[in-house]
Write a protein that binds this ligand. Structure first.
Ligand code: ZN
Ligand code: CU
Length: 489
């Protein structure tokens, strides 16, 4: 029986420590949910509920926002979104690193790294609207925020990606980008380090970022360089932001290669100074290994390389590149040629840099998980619980309230979401309940497909999507559009 008075709600969560996503201290408070909204917070003794959950000893927080994902296809293929909801994630930002499943109007199979999302059969959405319609017809458990990928645009309108786009090609890209922004996409992503976009001059990006800025959108970037020339790459990002008047987000902020270990001091300093004159944010994943497609230029700087998937030799997934080369008695280059198309994990970062980036106020958390890899980087299943377990509880790099702020309230501001990323009356009911004493990642590089422990329940738009260690099957996710215009430059 359901009543409708203010004294009745659908779900009542009692006894938990409430961390509301604003960065403020945890308080003891009950949470009442009615429909898809938070009805009330505080001492709610006396309120009746269809379902009451005793969450004593747990934390209740806004559902996490994974600001850096490649979940465009996963949302359609596995709408339960198990790798993400098992971590407490209720919203994902898709289309990062220049690669969005849509729009793509090319005739051929998408080139690497776009192929980490699949082949031409998956890249079947010529217009952004086709993809948003598909999501509407078969929604996912999580909400989705969509970015339009620069490489996807280039591969749609150019016959040869190893050169700058012509003015006519840029005009065609702008039409596709405008259609995406009209369909509720929140901005443009670039992956300037990749073969699909490395030949694009800064000016080409500025033209697209300007169109994005006119609609209040954001530019997220996998920068042109994350190793020896990382300083210049950050300068380029800042230049694009200023010239286009566009809010900017540096994805998976890092410095790669042993010779650059320690340089996060310098790179964080450039960002801090730039923030005085523009809107610039960064996100990070809590690991010292990266992962993408298998590329010679990326192998060179890594200490160790592990294969994540491989079309010609699927049995090599999970194995060490050096060992494969030795077994075949060939050079590393020859082994790479034989393995491609393939994906890889690159061990190439310093733990001290990672902790310095994590400890910097404002740094957001983004998994960068690759959901279609055979033996994926463990960040796909482990990112958020690892931050809460290893970096908050064990190492004390920041407080629990700070960590949650960077997973909820800050991303909501950066992506212009109203009434998300915060628990307050009237906010959308995206909620996670977890045990702060036990929450941790269990996914490892050897055994990466493992749900975290300590995540008790997850709710998106008022419906449970994770409970008793499994996805419930509910798919209440929505496409989230930018509501608050970002202030740039
Ligand atoms: Zn990237
Ligand atoms: Cu990425």
């Amino acid at each position: 029986m359901r009543e409708n008075g203010p004294e009745h709600c659908d779900v009542l969560i009692t006894g938990a420590a409430l961390v509301d996503g604003t960065g403020g201290p945890a308080i003891k408070a009950d949470v009442a949910i009615r429909g898809d909204q938070i009805l009330a917070l505080g001492d709610l003794t006396g309120i009746t509920a269809d379902e009451t959950i005793d969450a004593s000893g747990c934390v209740v927080a806004p559902g996490f926002i994974d600001v850096h994902t490649h979940d465009d296809r996963l949302m359609l293929e596995n709408p339960q979104m198990t790798p993400k909801v098992s971590q407490g994630v209720t919203t994902v930002v898709d289309g990062n690193c220049g690669d969005s499943l849509a729009p793509y109007s090319g005739k051929n199979d998408p080139p690497p790294p776009m192929n980490l999302l699949g082949n031409r059969d998956w890249f079947r959405f010529a217009q952004a609207r086709d993809y948003t319609q598909a999501l509407e017809e078969t929604p996912a458990a999580t909400n989705g925020i969509l970015l339009c990928g620069h490489s996807s645009l280039r591969a749609s309108v150019m016959d040869d990606l190893d050169r700058p786009a012509t003015p006519a090609e840029i005009d065609r890209m702008i039409v596709m980008l405008e259609e995406a922004l009209d369909a509720g996409y929140v901005g443009l992503s670039t992956g300037l380090a990749y073969p699909t976009a490395i030949a694009a001059p800064t000016e080409e990006v500025i033209k697209l970022a300007r169109v994005t800025a006119e609609r209040g959108g954001i530019h997220t970037t996998h920068m042109r360089d994350e190793e020896d020339h990382v300083h210049e790459a950050i300068d380029e990002t800042i230049r694009i932001g200023h010239a286009a008047g566009c809010a900017s987000l540096i994805s998976h902020f890092k410095v790669c290669g042993q010779q650059n270990y320690g340089r996060s001091r310098e790179t964080l300093d450039i960002v801090r100074k730039a923030q005085e004159g523009m809107t610039l944010d960064v996100d990070v994943y809590p690991y010292t290994a990266s992962s993408t497609v298998l590329l010679k230029s990326f192998v060179e700087r890594a200490e160790r390389v592990q294969i994540t998937w491989c079309t010609p030799h699927p049995e090599m997934a999970g194995r060490d590149l050096q060992k494969i080369a030795a077994e075949w008695a060939v050079s590393t280059d020859e082994a790479i040629d034989r393995l491609n198309p393939a994906g890889a994990i690159y061990f190439q970062m310093d733990e001290a840099d990672l902790q310095r980036i994590l400890a910097t106020p404002g740094t957001m958390i983004g998994s960068d998980g690759l959901p279609h890899d055979e033996i994926p980087h463990p960040r796909l299943w482990g990112t958020f619980p690892r931050v809460l377990g290893r970096y908050v509880r064990e190492l004390g790099v920041f407080s629990l309230e700070q960590a949650i702020h960077r997973m909820t309230g800050i991303p909501a501001r950066v992506f212009g979401l109203e009434n998300r990323g915060v628990l307050k009356p009237g906010a959308h009911a995206d909620v996670v309940i977890f045990d702060p004493d036990t929450v941790t990642d269990t996914a490892t590089f050897d055994d990466p497909i493992q749900p975290a422990t300590g995540i008790a329940r997850v709710m998106s738009n008022g419906q449970w999507i994770w409970r008793d260690g499994q996805a419930t099957g509910a798919t209440p996710g929505r496409q989230l559009k930018r509501q608050a215009a970002q202030q740039a430059a």
